[in-house]
Design a protein around this ligand. Structure first.
Ligand code: AP5
Length: 195
């Protein structure tokens, strides 16, 4: 299964991707996690990305695409993947389409988790207090939400027009949201199993 998980910051993409990777037996590839690992390792790329991420802005398309290409080339991604955090703007949609066409691995499904902004602000504030993730500061979350509305919402509209988008209510217990995602994916999972 080759799946993109879309949704605003804090909508639960990473949480649900961790469960989906077990159910679908494909790796969870989060561009946010890849960038945070580069920051933690102090690589030149990480040093460039750090301030941008802490400000809640998007890292440059070229940097993120380079990282993603390397990750998709690894052996475990050959049987499929769950992409979390990519694509985040229309240029990245095009780059992903081109990359997957070159690899002969087109997307099979796109799921968007729909969560109201006030719920997101509450979730990220809890995580800010518990884990201290810099970009979860309420002021930065507001910036991230504004960037999502301006740059990432058109991505969902693109996939809706292409007929691949499934919208899932992301409010509820982790089990409830997971069951909704599986139900939304069941036609794509069945089609994928036949290939
Ligand atoms: P990234 O890590 O992708 O952050 P994000 O999309 O803003 O996502 P989050 O990790 O905050 O939220 P999530 O939807 O995964 O929710 P989660 O499961 O964690 O990106 C970080 C930064 O990296 C970006 O701002 C940018 O700078 C850069 N970046 C990344 N990709 C990029 C790209 N493609 N291009 C350019 N720059 C890029 O859940 C959030 C919280 O809610 C958790 O505490 C969780 O426990 C809780 N929670 C989850 N589900 C529920 C539920 N059902 N009920 C209650 N609580 C819940």
């Amino acid at each position: 299964m080759r799946l993109v998980l879309l949704g605003a910051p804090g909508s639960g993409k990473g949480t649900q991707a961790a469960r989906l990777k077990v159910a679908l037996e494909v790796p969870h590839i989060s561009t946010g996690d890849l960038l945070r690992a580069a920051v933690a390792a102090g690589t030149p790329l990480g040093l460039k990305a750090k301030a941008v991420m802490e400000a809640g802005q998007l890292v440059s398309d070229a940097i993120v695409l380079g990282m993603l290409e390397q990750r998709l080339a690894q052996a475990d991604a050959q049987a499929g993947f769950i992409l979390d955090g990519y694509p985040r703007n229309l240029a990245q949609v095009q780059a992903l389409d081109d990359l997957l066409a070159r690899l002969g691995q087109p997307l099979e499904a796109v799921v968007k988790l729909k969560v109201p902004s006030e719920v997101i602000v509450g979730r990220t504030e809890l995580r800010f207090k518990a884990e201290g993730r810099a970009d979860d500061h309420p002021d930065t979350v507001r910036k991230r939400l504004a960037i999502y509305a301006e740059q990432t919402a058109p991505v969902a509209e693109y996939y809706a027009r292409a007929g691949t988008l499934r919208i899932v209510d992301g409010v509820g217990s982790l089990d409830e949201v997971f069951a909704r995602i599986l139900a939304a994916l069941s036609p794509a999972v069945a089609a994928s199993a036949l290939r």
